[in-house]
Design a protein around this ligand. Sequence first.
Ligand SMILES: Nc1ncnc2c1ncn2[C@@H]1O[C@H](COP(=O)(O)OP(=O)(O)O)[C@@H](O)[C@H]1O
Ligand SMILES: [Mg+2]
Length: 254
Amino acid sequence: MIFHDLTAVKKMEAEYEKNRRLAFVGEMAAVLAHEIRNPLASISGSIQVLRKDLQLNAADERLMSIILRGKDQIENFMKDFLLLARPSPGTKETIELRGLVNDVVEAIRYVSDWHEGIRVELTGDDARISANRAEMRQLIWNLLMNAVQSISEEGAVSVCLARTSDPDGVTLRVSDTGAGMRKDVLQRVFEPFYTTRERGTGLGLAIVRRIVENHGGRVRLESEPGRGTSVAVWLSSRPEKKPVTADAASEVGG
Ligand SMILES: Nc1ncnc2c1ncn2[C@@H]1O[C@H](COP(=O)(O)OP(=O)(O)O)[C@@H](O)[C@H]1O
Ligand SMILES: [Mg+2]
């Protein structure tokens, strides 16, 4: 009995420590956002104008794309940081998911992890949901990036949209035939800053989880080493839907 109580106290302490760390991350994100985002926006705008106006030779064109990739990388990192810090979702609108997925698929071909051995396909229904556009974009981006990064030589990434039997639900599933994950990795992937990649931030799936929670949805991750990974996100097409909870390590919801 006493032993049991101590365990509960330890658990509470750990939970408190985790929340304190998250609050700190939030404050840091706000400062970083301010200090980095504004100059980044001016740099990014100027580069785009220059790119249009300059006549670049092949070598300079390569340098220009390195700059643009670097800029995109910083921009995406900042977006992740900001989303992790923001407690509530931004304004919601009706989003046609297919179009949004297509946009992200187009953009993902310019990241440095992209290579020609990767095939991407999008299947399924036209699906409409009420959600925050920037957050949805970031969710799809993070899932696609992870899928792309898991494929070292040849492989496929598939995105499947489906309306669920619950008439208000939509499932977005991103699967890859990449490296997959061991069980011990799988259990930790949603933790902020948990990463196994050399240049990873460990924010991608923490953000996915946060966004899904913000929208009262659920996310479920399945993976097998050497075979690949599949992440299914369930979202409500109605904005006022109450959050649903889940407790399995590989399944979270808000
Ligand atoms: N599709 C995937 N295939 C294999 N491993 C994955 C996949 N998605 C996530 N992971 C694992 O989960 C970890 C955390 O992912 P994430 O939160 O996106 O952070 P990061 O990508 O910066 O490492 C990754 O380092 C990787 O080990
Ligand atoms: Mg990632």
